[in-house]
Write a protein that binds this ligand. Structure first.
Ligand code: HEM
Length: 499
């Protein structure tokens, strides 16, 4: 590029083939593992080129912390299939760095900062009790119900949706969009992302199924964006703008008020509309919250259950701590967190052991840059390899081992994974405090009331679930039994008191 006047080299990486570059070297499944192998050969920054796309993977926390905070590293890469074919590049997660993104951060921040998320605790307490009850009645559905619990919490927070049928439809639409989205951001997944001109070929041409995928995706995306906000609006009444209803800060009229009968539960959407915020911005911002929030939180819950199934001694230790601090007469709550160091260590170890976004959400380098002795070309896709960070032996002995004690060694605590599993810099996860309280409540409440163990086969041998570190835990069996009749009735009583 013209601005590389010092003729600096690109960061090191595997040798490239003509035209294809490294297209045949970067696998489409679990690429983070290959990049982590390459760290041994090429170091903390690895460059690959896939056809004409520059990709830079940051393999260490130290380097990520240095570069990711800078504005030029805060862009988002919009694959052609999402941007040009589906129009899905205006959501919170995928929008490029700039004015609209700043509006989203400003709108969302009060609802998501450390203190702001406290308002959801009563609701989360109830939904956690609901979840515990599903463990009593249908322990084998523990994964499905993690999903349902999290989806209910999020749709309630964002849209005030409480009706089961409406939630189910929303989940199904949002999952569909998320699947396309996740596939689209994997390097090399859709050829049209590397050769954008392909989109001008007719639909009957071989290899054009991306067109149908994108067209279906777009329809469902628009539904998941519009329908829930229209529902909120239908439960609000519009009043004629009058001087009495003008926001004294902005001078703009409040266009909506919540109906006196309160048919719209207060939610992020209802509150932002009531304040007169731009409806289009609210729709696009909110639609991306569900997909950012649910899959990630649920994946961490599933990793937790797998770790507990594999480690009965850790279950025992955490239960002993809970029993002595919380006692057996009530369920744990968020206020207990600071007095539960062992459980906190379990929580951090879950985040580290199985980072659920192992290559981060890709950033896009907005201008040519230099880092150390390297040239970083504009338009590069930048991945924070959180998987590599979680396996860094300078911070973690035996990194594949699930071992909460690593966070409890006085004076030499391991690096806190919350510093990187939620991303780094300006685009870091806005929902991390909400994620933390959801996860903590679930981990504490499940351990306080249930024993988790391996199941046995017909001949009485324990079945040990396999761990393949594939970012998502595959369905596995475990035994989930109430610790005692007392803990079971604690759950039933709490649920009864809520309804
Ligand atoms: C265990 C749970 C979660 C994990 C591990 C996680 C992880 C991440 C990661 C790695 C990113 C990308 C950061 C970057 O680009 O550098 C991200 C972004 C984001 N997350 Fe989360 N997340 C979680 C839960 C949530 C929740 C509960 C919400 C919403 C309430 C949420 C909302 C978002 C949003 C809106 C972004 C985009 C921010 C931006 O681009 O400016 N996440 N998250």
């Amino acid at each position: 590029s013209s601005s590389n006047s010092k003729r600096l080299p690109l960061p090191p990486g595997p040798p490239r083939e003509p035209i294809l570059g490294n297209a045949r070297h970067v696998p489409s499944s679990a690429p983070w593992k290959v990049y982590t192998e390459w760290k041994k050969i090429y170091g903390d920054i690895v460059y690959t080129r896939i056809i004409n796309q520059h990709n830079i993977v940051i393999n260490s926390y130290r380097v990520a912390k240095e570069v990711m905070d800078r504005a030029v590293y805060s862009g988002r890469y919009s694959p052609v299939i999402l941007d040009k074919l589906m129009g899905v590049n205006q959501g919170f997660v995928s929008i490029n760095y700039g004015a609209q993104w700043r509006i989203y951060r400003r709108l969302m921040n009060p609802y998501m900062h450390k203190v702001g998320v406290g308002r959801y605790l009563p609701m989360q307490g109830k939904s956690t009790c609901w979840y515990l009850q599903t463990l009593l009645d249908h322990p084998e559905e523990f994964m499905e119900n993690f999903k349902l619990k999290t989806a209910k919490d999020i749709t309630r927070i964002v849209y005030g949706i409480t009706e089961e049928g409406v939630i189910a439809q929303y989940i199904s639409d949002a999952d569909h969009v998320a699947k396309i989205f996740l596939r689209a951001i994997l390097p090399g997944s859709f050829l049209v992302n590397t050769i954008p001109q392909l989109r001008f070929l007719p639909g009957w041409f071989p290899g054009m199924e991306f067109k149908r995928i994108a067209a279906d995706g777009r329809k469902i995306y628009l539904a998941s964006l519009n329908t829930p906000v229209e529902r909120v609006k239908s439960k609000m009444v519009r009043i004629a703008p009058s001087p009495d209803h003008t926001n004294y800060m902005t001078g703009r009229p409040y266009p909506m008020v919540i109906k006196a009968e309160g048919t719209a539960e207060a939610s992020i959407t209802s509150q932002l509309l009531e304040r007169g915020e731009d409806e289009d911005a609210v729709k696009k911002m909110n639609a991306s919250i569900y997909s950012a929030a649910v899959e990630t939180t649920v994946a961490s819950m599933n990793s937790f259950m797998l770790a507990m199934t594999l480690h009965p001694e850790i279950v025992k230790k955490a239960q002993a701590e809970l029993d002595s601090i919380v006692g057996l007469s009530r369920l744990p709550n968020k206020d207990d967190q600071e007095r539960l160091p062992y459980l906190n260590a379990v929580f951090m170890e879950v985040l580290r052991w199985m980072p659920v976004v192992p290559l981060g959400i890709p950033h896009c380098l907005l201008e040519d840059d230099e880092y150390k002795e390297y040239f970083m070309p504009q338009g590069s896709i930048i991945h924070s390899n959180t998987w590599a960070m979680s396996r860094d032996e300078t911070y973690y002995d035996s990194p594949d081992r699930f071992w909460p004690e690593r966070f409890l060694k006085p004076g030499e605590e391991a690096l806190d994974p919350r510093l990187y599993v939620f991303g780094l810099g300006r685009r870091a996860c806005i929902g991390k405090h909400l994620a933390e309280s959801s996860l903590f409540l679930v981990f504490a409440s499940v351990l306080a009331t249930f024993d988790i163990a391996k199941v046995r086969d017909k001949s009485g041998r324990e079945i040990v679930p396999k761990v393949d570190f594939d970012a998502r835990v595959k369905p596995f069996e475990c035994s989930i039994k109430p610790r005692s009749a007392v803990t079971a009735s604690l759950i039933r009583d709490a649920v009864a008191a809520d309804s």
